[in-house]
Design a protein around this ligand. Structure first.
Ligand SMILES: *Cc1c(COP(=O)(O)O)cnc(C)c1O
Length: 400
């Protein structure tokens, strides 16, 4: 029996960190770990970034909460910056990714309801998708392992095969409200959606009068080297869910939408107690100060290429351990030959934190502020972990 008072919903590492410094996490007894998981794609500018600490503490000494019955301090500013930088005209702030998805689903359904089509409430999603852990978002993700034991799957979500445009066309019907997709599947194993497929989805949505929802909760806010990953495809959605990186570690998410969609969300249709909280707005604005600064995203692209090349070399050196590199910018994945859990545990023994994903892939998703020297250090540790796994293999081989 574990002595933990916490729900056993995670297979935790047993590590408890005391503080963070940039890309480093430090335990109470002084052990240092290179954080190549950024939490899970959250600490976009690293741990304890002085600009974020200053923004949060300054706001904390002034005002914490006023409710959404008033204009939240910093909310208009963050909303304006997000709409100026994207396709969106309006923003709804939330505390998490799943809530950003919930707002996106509700807005898509309400749009069709307002246009005289209440029967259009179905949302097409893709196999391998992950959209969150609420009752609606597990239905949207459609994965049996997340649905099992939680009652009937919420109606109105249909999964279709990944990248098969003919299957998508066939699945669109008079009940379809929207198509929802992650530009790169994160939890699904850093599976990139081809840009052509995203363009075909955009065209299909336009032809059919349905909405395109992008889940950029993991891919957004600079992670792929563009502010949002859909920019690589040169398309825009009607609705976009964001979270993770925009808060840099403070709980913050948002649903972004066009005027046509947002105008359907009138008083009473949706709400949140904490969403858009002044503390979150202060941090969100501070994160954008850094990510929107001149040259920052170009830097992410350059560092992403460098890291990807070095990971490819790791694959060449250790083909019995890892077999492939995938992803864009600093959203990278290593396909493992050994079980991904074994690789992640071994990397942790060598002082590097990475995050397992589906498809036996380990995510290498460091803070966007990682330096080239720290990328080198990450490779030293990954190489040591892979060598240690090979050593166990040959020891086992020798005893046979
Ligand atoms: C993390 C994630 C979510 C869920 O976000 P939470 O903040 O955990 O609710 C949804 N979609 C994607 C693509 C994610 O990566």
């Amino acid at each position: 029996m574990s002595a933990s008072t916490l729900f056993g919903t995670y297979a935790r590492s047993g590590l408890e960190f005391d503080r963070g410094e940039g890309v480093w996490l430090v335990t109470g007894d002084g052990r240092r770990f290179l954080d190549c998981g950024s939490g899970i794609a959250v600490n976009s500018v690293g741990h304890s970034h002085p600009h974020l600490v200053a923004a949060l503490t300054e706001q904390a000494s002034k005002l914490w909460h006023t409710s959404n019955l008033h204009t939240p301090a910093g909310g208009e500013k963050l909303g304006q910056r997000l709409t100026e930088a994207t396709f969106a005209d309006k923003v709804f702030f939330t505390n998490s990714g799943a809530e950003a998805m919930e707002a996106s689903i509700k807005a898509a359904r309400r749009y069709h309801y307002d246009h005289g089509h209440p029967e259009r409430f179905h949302i097409l999603t893709f196999e391998g998708a992950f959209h969150g852990r609420t009752i609606a978002t597990i239905a949207a993700g459609g994965q049996a392992k997340y649905l099992e034991g939680f009652g009937p799957k919420a109606p109105g979500f249909d999964q279709i095969p990944f990248t098969d445009i003919e299957a998508v066309k066939k699945a669109v019907g008079p009940q379809t409200a929207a198509i929802c997709i992650e530009p790169v599947q994160g939890e699904g194993g850093i599976r990139e959606i081809p840009v052509d497929f995203l363009r075909q989805l955009r065209k299909l949505c336009d032809d059919e009068g349905i909405l395109l929802i992008l889940d950029e909760i993991q891919t957004g806010v600079g992670r792929t080297g563009k502010l949002f990953a859909h920019e690589w495809a040169g398309i825009t959605p009607d609705i976009m869910a964001i979270a993770k990186g925009i808060g840099g570690g403070f709980p913050l998410g948002a649903c972004l939408a066009t005027e046509a969609v947002a105008s359907c969300m009138v008083p009473g249709t949706h709400g949140t107690t904490y969403g858009g909280n002044p503390l979150a707005m202060a941090v969100g604005n501070a994160v954008l100060d850094i990510i929107l600064a001149d040259g920052f995203l170009e830097g992410v692209q350059a560092k992403g290429l460098l890291l990807k090349q070095k990971l490819a070399a790791l694959v060449d050196t250790h083909p019995k351990v890892v077999s492939d590199v995938r992803g864009k910018g600093l959203l990278l994945g290593l396909k493992c030959v050994v079980p991904v859990g074994e690789f992640v545990a071994k990397a942790r023994e060598h002082g590097l934190l990475a995050v397992p994903a589906g498809d036996n892939v380990v995510r290498i998703i460091p803070p966007l502020t990682i330096s080239e020297e720290e990328i080198d250090e990450a490779l030293v540790r990954l190489d040591a972990a892979a060598s240690a796994i090979e050593k166990t293999m040959s020891d086992e081989g020798a005893t046979v």
